[in-house]
Design a protein around this ligand. Structure first.
Ligand SMILES: Nc1nc2c(ncn2[C@@H]2O[C@H](COP(=O)(O)OP(=O)(O)OP(=O)(O)O)[C@@H](O)[C@H]2O)c(=O)[nH]1
Ligand SMILES: [Mg+2]
Length: 300
């Protein structure tokens, strides 16, 4: 995308026009991550990734968090990644409805669903750019990114999130599953949602042990908002902690490197689709062909 066009849209958005902001988001969303350069924002905002197994209550909890943050005078942008699977396509509208239920008459809340078209790597990369764009607009204090399901997209969101919130539900099985998914290591805060169900305290204990830290496990009932104020306070506390002593800056620097690696990976995967390979040749030869194609097509 033309950087000037993006700058114009962002400038209009800064004047408080939701239309240009929505258009800029669409442009960035639809551009492969290697084609967009989102300039660094002068003022950082807290990017919070909300992830966890399907059906854990992420959208419901996100809605509650929006409400709680907006009540506290925070301006919030929300990005929800829609499932690309036709089986779960119905969740798209469901997500919107549950989120919109909290938006009536609340200025400063921008909610956007992104379709997860294309390869995982490209989608994750574009989503990271959308989060950066929302930060750049200067219109928000917090950007929430809800990712659906399990896998690459979910883990890749880590590269853009300052805080990763892992939402689980009561039951040892689920906790173990999330650990297996490798999310345990990347999560900064844990939520046992559906705490109205039996076993919530036990799951919280289990998570606390597995995480090896204390005080980072919250229990919520997203349905009625129980525990959400405490969760918001925890999120705000972490933001204050990150901003102290240059922690945020050094963390973002580290993540920038791994993000670049992911974008490069997505680029190579994209190029690989147009290379004809032969299963009889050595793997190294196939890899070389792909890398050659990728470097030939790279024109910046
Ligand atoms: N009992 C109970 N049900 C809840 C709670 N939070 C959410 N739910 C219900 O759980 C179901 C799934 O909630 P969602 O918010 O759609 O969960 P999700 O994690 O966003 O789901 P996906 O986006 O499909 O992965 C809905 O029917 C909610 O009403 C809770 O705290 N307690
Ligand atoms: Mg959801």
């Amino acid at each position: 995308m033309d950087p000037e066009e993006l700058a114009t849209l962002v400038a209009r958005a800064r004047e408080g026009y939701w239309g240009p902001l929505a258009r800029a988001v669409t442009v960035v969303e639809n551009s492969p991550p290697w084609e967009v350069i989102v300039p660094r924002a002068a003022r950082p905002c807290h990017v919070v990734g909300i992830t966890g197994p399907p059906g854990a209550g992420k959208s419901t909890l996100t809605g509650r968090l929006i409400e709680s943050l907006a009540d506290a005078g925070q301006r919030v942008a929300v990005v929800a990644i829609d499932p690309s699977s036709p089986l779960s396509g119905g969740a798209v509208l469901g997500d919107r409805l549950r989120m919109d239920a909290f938006l009536d008459g609340r200025p400063g809340v921008f909610v956007r669903s992104l379709a997860s078209r294309g390869s995982h790597g490209a989608v994750a990369g574009s989503t990271r750019n959308v989060a950066r764009l929302l930060e750049l607009s200067g219109l928000f204090d917090v950007v929430l990114v809800e990712t659906v399901g399990a896998g690459q997209t979910e883990v890749a969101i880590v590269e853009v999130a300052d805080t990763v919130l892992l939402v689980t539900v009561p039951g040892l099985g689920d906790a173990v599953q999330t650990i297996k998914a490798g999310l345990m290591e990347v999560a900064d805060m844990f939520v046992v949602n559906m705490a109205d169900r039996p076993g919530a305290a036990e799951t919280a204990r289990h998570l606390r042990l597995a995480a090896g830290r204390t005080g980072v496990v919250h229990q919520t009932v997203a349905l009625d908002g129980t525990g959400v104020a405490e969760l918001r306070a925890g999120i705000e506390e972490r933001w204050r902690w990150l901003q102290a002593e240059g922690r945020l800056d050094s963390m973002r620097r580290d993540k920038w490197g791994s993000d670049a690696a992911l974008v490069a990976e997505a680029w190579v995967a994209d190029c690989a689709t147009s290379v004809s390979l032969n299963p009889d040749e050595a793997m190294a030869d196939s890899v070389e062909k792909i890398l050659k194609e990728a470097s030939q097509r790279w024109t910046r």
